[in-house]
Design a binder for this molecule. Structure first.
Ligand code: HEC
Length: 161
């Protein structure tokens, strides 16, 4: 009887451990672009129009997509932030946006940018123009290795209103 109780206890314990390990190993569920954008909208506003002089508008960003380095710039801004003076829609900004690399995974960065381009910028993207997690992963690695330019430098070669 005592042995049986011990066995039962052991089985229960293993079951608990099994559940525990399973929970730790389960792939974290990524947020959708819309969910990630809630964070962005605190500054850029839910419409993405921003606030002149404080937070630039995100509505014209689809214009960079056909440009050389356009996608790289957008991914770079979300991963490593942006600071330094920029001109946007007739306003000057000299602010600071934090790096979101520690906060959002590759899928979340890709999804929020596609959300911004499609829902805020009202763009119709071709499959090739969509930002995919692999592109984010590559740039994340380059940043980690110290081989990636600052976002502000990348913006210099782009044309934005
Ligand atoms: C705490 C405020 C804040 C939050 C949150 C924030 N940003 Fe920004 N963002 C800024 C500021 C400030 C700038 C301009 C920085 C400068 O003047 O150099 C900026 C610039 C940008 C730019 C560059 C725009 C341009 O014209 O080149 C993009 C793209 C951008 N943000 C996207 C995002 C996305 C996507 C998120 C959410 C993941 C986000 N931002 C969250 C403050 C914020």
């Amino acid at each position: 009887m005592a042995n049986l109780a011990k066995t039962a206890w052991l089985v229960a314990l293993l079951a608990c451990l099994g559940v525990g390990v399973g929970a730790v190993n389960a792939a974290p569920v990524s947020k959708t672009g819309e969910q990630v954008f809630i964070t962005c909208s605190a500054c850029h506003l839910p419409s993405g129009e921003g606030i002149p002089g404080a937070f630039p508008s995100l509505q014209s960003l689809p214009k960079v997509i056909p440009q050389e380095g356009g996608k790289d710039y957008l991914i770079s801004v979300v991963l490593q932030g942006l600071n330094g003076q920029i001109q946007s829609n007739g306003n000057t900004f000299n602010g600071f946006m934090q790096a979101f690399a520690p906060t959002f995974n590759d899928e979340e960065v890709a999804e929020v940018l596609n959300y911004v381009l499609q829902h805020i910028g009202k763009a119709t993207l071709t499959g090739e123009q969509m930002i995919v997690p692999a592109e984010v992963a590559t740039i994340r690695e380059q940043i980690k290795a110290g081989n990636w330019p600052k976002s502000h430098a990348l913006r210099q070669s782009l044309t934005l209103p």
